[in-house]
Ligand binder design. Sequence first.
Ligand SMILES: C[S@@+](CC[C@H](N)C(=O)[O-])C[C@H]1O[C@@H](n2cnc3c(N)ncnc32)[C@H](O)[C@@H]1O
Length: 263
Amino acid sequence: MDEVAEYNVERWRALAEGGALYTRPLLDLDAEKARARLDPVGWLGELEGRRVLCLAGGGGRESACFSLLGAQVTVFDLSPEQLARDRLAAAHYGKEVETVRGDMRDLSALRGAAFDLVWHAYSINFVPDARAVFGEVARVVRPGGLYRFMCANPFALGASPRDWDGRGYALSHTYAEGEVVTNVDERWVYEREPREPAPPSREYRHGLGTLLDGLAGQGFRLLRATEDVSTYPDTSAEPGTWLHFVSVVRPWLAFLSTYDPAA
Ligand SMILES: C[S@@+](CC[C@H](N)C(=O)[O-])C[C@H]1O[C@@H](n2cnc3c(N)ncnc32)[C@H](O)[C@@H]1O
């Protein structure tokens, strides 16, 4: 494991201990709620019997949704604490979910799997080289299969509600490929006070060119894209709060592509 991975193992251990939002298993789902969470804009189609990889998607959240919709689910994640939550959620719903520990930059443990869908949770910004990850995904998704990933809007990476200066949210970071940006988690992310606060997020900027050209370069053909990913903008919210921030700055993007090696 290199330093990038070790940092994230430590960070996600602390986040899981504090019950941070993305580490809380979803234990009150039914099929309707599961579909609404995974597929609010209707990208995914029928999931019954589909082989789905939740990539860097530990936490007992998406794996639970997919298994309730009848998919055969594998979760791949770096964090043992996150994967334990997928097993917990699977047991809760009486489902089988496979969990595999590893780094998304090396999916050799999954070679030969031929997934119908790779559902990549927000995580690509935690590694410096997005293209390397796309190359690995290309080796585990079947031709014609889908790859959905979510990432930071590169223009907004590094900005936070704390940047409110009375007029707007000041962008203070250089827009440079690979630039490292750190951010302390918002207090509301936690369910309870962790024994020690998690180390700040450490994210790498991947420009739009890197993301789109990186996909194309590995044989992915873009099908859909959205900026509207789990954000709840509220222009009447207090400036400097998360809800106001996301009404001014769109922090995330999501892309759906299909693997078409012949293209
Ligand atoms: C924001 S969480 C996403 C999963 C979550 N279930 C959700 O609700 O979106 C990011 C996940 O990425 C994982 N992660 C970070 N770096 C990784 C890496 N290099 N390889 C695999 N997983 C990684 C973390 O352990 C964490 O579970």
